[in-house]
Design a protein around this ligand. Structure first.
Ligand SMILES: Cc1cc2nc3c(=O)[nH]c(=O)nc-3n(C[C@H](O)[C@H](O)[C@H](O)COP(=O)(O)OP(=O)(O)OC[C@H]3O[C@@H](n4cnc5c(N)ncnc54)[C@H](O)[C@@H]3O)c2cc1C
Length: 533
């Protein structure tokens, strides 16, 4: 090992970074530094599940915006990302989802040895503390608490029943043997409190003497010595500080910030770096490329009776009861996640596994994060699971505080458009099925006047938005454009890895926090094994 203050430096305390910091510091001989740009997670709304509705638009988010998206009526799409201990797992919608086994088998078939479903399942299980107990597919006793929804609502039951009426099977566990079907989500929470990766992985071990957690510390550039990474410069309290490493640095800044930090440090497309006057350490064309995200589009229904959360929140008496219910029993709407009922379905005939996911919530608003409608309303949002469209991001300045330019490039292919148009049609079909139809006064969005594919596409372009799952900007692979290899080592740069959503060769068919945690768990094992060697 070279000389350095630390054996391992983890940059970014998000879903993946907290898992890494925990596992790497388990051996007291390893000196581990965890750098996090955001603050400690003291804000109460982080820990009350429904608080994501507030925090995602607060300074606890980086608050990115895409460039105007040509296929979405040139709208800029707002991209919250967590900037706090726990990262995006501290402000996300709490849905616990791993994706499909086929996602990981596909990664392996692309040449990424060690990333097939059988390889990654042990890490999902090791991470998990499943409320229902351990099984072949689930773990118990791990850091990440996974629990059933605490309160089911009549209108969510109706959605699940209607989905069955149109032919989907009931599914009691979307992370079980089959993903397809309709049922209820499980969430990363316990007893009505969020379990972010900071709560699960850092709180129990934060006093380890060999682990230092620095918050409000923005990593600004990596330092190099004879072709290997030797340390990192970071901004804290208005000054630049330096931490040196004897072993390895692992970037876990997430799908926007990890490629940004690589580019700022001279690892990225040579032309871009030259244009900005950044010395090229390693010309890696793929850094910031191949960006993927799940695009969602919502259907909103006005109900004929006051049984939605809108009605609770818009009534002063019922609002007080919500507060009391949470204070006394940790139940009620304050425990709600960003999805209550769920359905995974195949909308294209050629799909062998689900190609869309529905998040059904018993409330509605003009847009996520804004005030609830003043009438009884619910939302059924559909997202495409495996988009073909790929975007990119690039720094525009050498200032690490400056946001990179993000092009999501949504709906760039005919296939992506077709899947979501069919998804909207299935949403309508479920809403018109007897179990649900009896509650519906009106389809507010897209509106029953939008029937043809072209009309639904107009709605998609006008209203489609992110479901907050950007990935693949430091893609793992064996080809020239890949940024990391199957051990997550940055190609051509010694002592440097990336472990977060950015390494996914393809976005998984589901929500992305549990997979990011799995990536952190697996990367820690690889780093420890390689250090021993
Ligand atoms: C509003 C919202 C709702 C979501 N809902 C769900 C959901 O319900 N279920 C689900 O599974 N997923 C959900 N997601 C997605 C999921 O949370 C993320 O994909 C996942 O948490 C990403 O993990 P990560 O480790 O890649 O990065 P992150 O968790 O984003 O962590 C990156 C960390 O690095 C820090 N950092 C970045 N740059 C630097 C730097 N230069 N120096 C120091 N620190 C730095 C950041 O502040 C952050 O703490 C949601 C995301 C959002 C934003």
């Amino acid at each position: 090992m070279a000389e350095g203050d630390w054996d391992f430096i983890v940059i970014g305390a998000g879903s993946a970074g907290c898992a890494l910091a925990n596992r790497l510091s388990a051996d007291p001989k390893n000196r581990v530094l965890l750098l996090e740009a955001g603050p400690r997670d003291r804000n109460i709304w982080i820990h009350i599940p429904v608080g994501y509705y507030k925090t995602m638009y607060s300074p606890l988010s980086w608050g990115y915006d895409t460039e105007p998206e040509p296929a979405l009526d040139n709208r800029r799409i707002h991209w919250p990302r967590g900037k706090v201990l726990g990262g995006s797992s501290a402000i996300n919608g709490l849905v616990y989802m791993r994706g499909q086994p086929q996602d990981y088998d596909h990664w392996r078939q692309m040449g990424n040895i060690g990333w097939g479903w059988d390889d990654v399942l042990p890490y999902f299980k090791r991470a998990e503390d499943q409320e229902r107990g351990a099984s072949d597919l689930h773990g118990a006793g791990g850091p990440l608490k996974v629990s059933d929804i605490r309160d089911r609502r009549e209108i969510c039951d109706a959605f699940v029943a209607a989905a069955q009426e149109v032919g989907l099977p009931y599914n009691d566990d979307f992370n079980g043997p089959e993903q397809e079907g309709a049922g209820y989500f499980q969430t990363t929470s316990r007893d009505g409190r969020r379990c972010s990766s900071a709560v699960g992985y850092l709180n129990p071990i934060k006093n380890r003497p060999n682990l230092k957690i620095e918050t409000a510390a923005l990593a600004s550039r990596l330092l190099f010595d004879q072709g290997r990474v030797s340390g990192v410069a970071y901004l804290q309290d208005g000054t630049e500080k330096v931490a040196t490493v004897a072993g390895e640095i692992v970037l876990s800044g997430g799908a926007i910030n990890s490629p940004q930090l690589l580019q700022l440090s001279g690892i990225g497309p040579g032309g871009l770096l030259n244009d900005l006057g950044i010395e090229v350490v390693k010309d890696l064309a793929g850094v910031g490329q191949d960006l993927q995200d799940h695009l969602q589009v919502r259907s909103i229904y006005r109900l004929n009776q006051a049984i939605s959360v809108n009605d609770d929140v818009n009534n002063i008496f019922r609002r007080v009861l919500i507060g009391l219910d949470y204070a006394l029993r940790r139940r009620g709407p304050l425990t709600f996640s960003a999805g209550h009922a769920c359905a995974f379905a195949r909308v294209l005939p050629e799909s062998e596994t689900p190609d869309v996911q529905f998040h059904f919530i018993p409330f509605s608003a003009e847009k996520p994060g804004s005030g609830l409608h003043p009438w009884p309303g619910v939302t059924s949002s559909v997202c495409q699971l495996r988009p073909e469209s790929r975007g990119e991001l690039a720094i525009t300045s050498t200032d690490p505080r400056q946001h990179p330019k993000i092009i999501a490039n949504y709906l760039a292919t005919d296939y992506d458009q077709r899947v979501l148009i069919e998804g909207l049609k299935l949403s309508r079909k479920i809403s018109q099925s007897p179990a649900f139809a009896k509650y519906v006064a009106d389809e507010v969005e897209p509106g029953l006047d939008r029937v043809s594919d072209d009309e639904l596409l107009v709605h998609l372009r006008a209203k489609g938005g992110t479901i907050f799952h950007p990935t693949s900007t430091c893609r793992m692979g064996q080809d020239e454009r890949a940024v990391v290899d199957e051990r997550l080592r940055v190609r051509g740069v010694a002592s440097l890895r990336v472990a977060d959503c950015s390494i996914m060769p393809h976005v998984v068919s589901g929500n992305t926090s549990a997979p990011a945690i799995m990536i952190g768990e697996k990367c820690a094992d690889m780093m420890l094994a390689d250090a021993h060697r």
